[in-house]
Write a protein that binds this ligand. Structure first.
Ligand SMILES: NC(=O)c1ccc[n+]([C@@H]2O[C@H](COP(=O)([O-])OP(=O)(O)OC[C@H]3O[C@@H](n4cnc5c(N)ncnc54)[C@H](O)[C@@H]3O)[C@@H](O)[C@H]2O)c1
Length: 452
C-alpha cells in the first residue's frame, strides 16, 4: 500500500519504519528541513532501540523515503497519516494547529480518494475538524474529491516502540465507513498474525480511548506514589504492598512502581487535555485533577529529601557548597526524551538551593544540555560524577544503575548517601554495606525512606 506520514518524530518515524518493514511504500514528511536532510543521510534524530537499523534497511531497499514536499507525498499515497505534535495550549487543551495545518495541506494537494488517519493524540471531535479543514480547502479549489477521516490512536511506549508497533496489544480504529475499515485492516494485518487484536469502533470512542488509557495509567502512578508517601510515614514497605495488591488479577503489577512522578511527552499533556475537554463539557473531572496535583508534588519529593538530608536550614540557599550526583535524566529508560522529565524539576530545585549538580545519563545528555546548558556538569561515565559528591540521587531506572559497583560508589562519595527515586536496591544490603540509603516509601531492613 502507498502511505505517507506527516511528522517524522517519535511516532511518525516508528510508524513509517514499521509500515515499510511490512512491505508498504512509505514517504515520511516533515516541515523540519534539517531533520529530513539528516534522515536522507541516515542520521536518525531520536534514540529508540532498533529504529536506526530498521530505517536504514528500508531506505536502502527503496520502501522508505523522506521529503519536505507535502504535495508529492499526498499525491503518491492512498493513506495519509497525521503524526504531528499536539502540545498543550495555554489552557491545557491540546493545540491542534499542527494537525489542522496538515489537514489543510492534504486538502490542497489531494488528487483522488484519500484516507486521512489521525494518529496524533487528539481530543474527541478532532476528526470532524480535520474533515471540515480538508473540505474547506477542496471547496477553495472548487473540486469535489472523496475522502475518509479515521482515528487510529498510537499506544507505543518510547524505549520499546518498535516492539509495541510490530506486536501491538491492540490497534484501535475509529471509522464510519466499512470499505475504509477494510483497508485499515489490510494495512495492519501483518502485525496481527498471531491473533487479531484490531478493535474497530466509532470515531469519537477511538479518540476518547487514547486519553482514557493514558489517564488510567497516570492515575495508577499517582495512586501508588501516595501509597508510598503513606507507607513511609506508617512504617510499611511499598514494595511489599505492591506485591500484595498486584497479585490480585483485577489489579495486576504494572504501573504500580513509586517514583519521582510521571513525565514524558504524553501523560502530562494528555491528563491536562482530558481535564480541559471535560471542562468544555461543563464536567468537573475531579479525579484527574487530583492525579495531576499529586504528580506535581511528587516531582518535589526527591529534592525535598536531599535538602532535608544535606541542607543547612538557616541558609537562604541550604545546599550551598554541596554536590549532588544524579543518575538518569530522561523521563524513563531507553529513550533520550527529556520532555517533562521529573529530572528537570529535581535539578532546578537543587540548583535553586545552591547545590552543584553533576549528571550522568546513557542517552539524554545532548537533550539535557538544551535545558540546563552549563549550569550542571555532565559525564558519560556514571562513576566519574561521584568523586567528592555529598549524595547520589537515582532519578531514572536505566539498567546500568540496577547492579552497580557499590564499593566504588562508597569510596567515591564524600558521604555514602543514596537517595533512590526508583527503589532499585535492597534496603537491608544497603544498610549492611554502610550506606545512608533513602528509598521511596520503604521502611524495612532497619531503614526508612522518610527523612524527618
Ligand atoms: N511520543 C510518544 O511516545 C507518543 C506515543 C503515542 C502517541 N503520541 C502522540 O503522537 C503525536 C506525535 O508525537 P511525537 O512524540 O511523535 O512528536 P514529535 O514532536 O517527536 O514529532 C512531531 C514532528 O511533527 C513535525 N511537524 C510539525 N508540523 C508538521 C507539518 N505541518 N507537516 C509535517 N511535519 C510536521 C515536527 O517537525 C516534528 O518532527 C502527539 O499527538 C503525541 O501525543 C506520542
Amino acid at each position: 500500500m502507498k502511505i505517507c506520514i506527516f511528522g517524522a518524530g517519535y511516532v511518525g518515524l516508528v510508524a513509517a519504519a514499521c509500515f515499510a518493514e511490512s512491505g508498504n511504500s512509505v514517504i515520511a514528511v516533515d516541515i523540519d528541513h534539517a531533520r529530513i536532510e539528516g534522515l536522507k543521510q541516515g542520521v536518525i534524530p531520536i534514540y529508540e532501540p532498533g529504529l536506526k537499523e530498521m530505517i536504514l534497511r528500508n531506505q536502502a531497499e527503496g520502501r522508505l523515503s523522506f521529503t519536505v514536499d507535502m504535495e508529492e507525498a499526498v499525491k503518491a499515497s492512498l493513506v495519509c497519516f497525521i503524526a504531528v505534535g499536539t502540545p498543550p495550549g495555554e489552557d491545557g487543551s491540546a493545540d491542534l494547529k499542527y494537525v489542522l495545518g496538515v489537514a489543510r495541506d492534504i486538502g490542497r494537494a489531494m488528487n483522488g480518494f484519500k484516507i486521512i488517519v489521525d494518529k496524533s493524540t487528539v481530543p474527541v471531535g478532532t476528526a470532524d475538524k480535520v474533515r471540515a479543514a480538508v473540505q474547506e480547502e477542496l471547496a477553495g479549489r472548487a473540486v469535489a474529491l472523496e475522502f475518509d477521516v479515521v482515528s487510529n490512536p498510537e499506544f507505543l511506549k518510547e524505549g520499546a516502540a518498535i516492539d509495541d508497533f510490530m506486536k501491538p496489544d491492540r490497534v484501535v480504529i475509529g471509522c464510519d465507513n466499512v470499505r475504509t475499515a477494510e483497508i485499515m485492516k489490510e494495512l495492519y494485518d501483518p502485525f496481527m498474525r498471531k491473533q487479531n487484536r484490531m478493535i474497530i469502533m466509532d470515531i469519537r470512542s477511538a479518540e476518547m480511548t487514547k486519553y482514557a488509557a493514558n489517564a488510567m495509567l497516570a492515575t495508577r502512578i499517582s495512586f501508588m506514589n501516595q501509597i508510598a508517601g503513606l507507607c513511609e510515614r506508617m512504617g510499611a514497605d511499598v514494595m511489599a504492598v505492591r506485591e500484595g495488591i498486584g497479585s490480585d488479577s483485577r489489579i495486576g503489577y504494572d504501573f504500580l512502581f513509586p517514583g519521582p512522578g510521571y513525565g514524558g511527552s504524553c501523560f502530562p499533556k494528555d491528563v491536562k487535555a482530558l481535564i480541559r475537554t471535560a471542562e468544555e463539557s461543563s464536567y468537573d473531572f475531579l479525579l484527574l485533577k487530583a492525579v495531576e496535583e499529586v504528580n506535581e508534588l511528587q516531582k518535589e519529593v526527591l529534592a525535598d529529601k536531599l535538602i532535608r538530608l544535606l541542607g543547612s536550614p538557616d541558609e537562604e540557599q541550604p545546599l550551598t557548597g554541596r554536590i549532588v550526583a544524579c543518575w538518569g535524566l530522561s523521563f524513563k529508560p531507553r529513550t533520550d526524551d527529556m520532555r517533562e522529565a521529573p529530572a528537570i524539576t529535581i535539578i532546578e530545585r537543587l540548583l535553586g538551593a545552591g547545590a552543584t549538580v553533576r549528571a550522568h545519563d546513557p542517552e539524554a545528555i545532548t537533550e539535557a544540555r538544551k535545558i540546563f546548558g552549563d549550569r550542571i556538569e555532565y559525564s558519560s561515565n556514571q562513576y566519574d560524577i561521584l568523586d567528592g559528591a555529598d549524595a547520589l540521587a537515582v532519578i531514572t531506572d536505566w539498567n546500568e544503575y540496577r547492579n552497580p559497583d557499590f564499593d566504588r560508589i562508597k569510596t567515591a562519595l564524600r558521604s555514602p548517601t543514596i537517595v533512590d527515586g526508583r527503589n532499585l536496591y535492597k534496603p537491608d544490603r544497603m544498610v549492611a554495606g554502610g550506606f545512608n540509603y533513602i528509598p521511596l516509601g520503604r521502611c524495612s531492613g532497619g531503614i526508612c525512606g522518610e527523612v524527618k
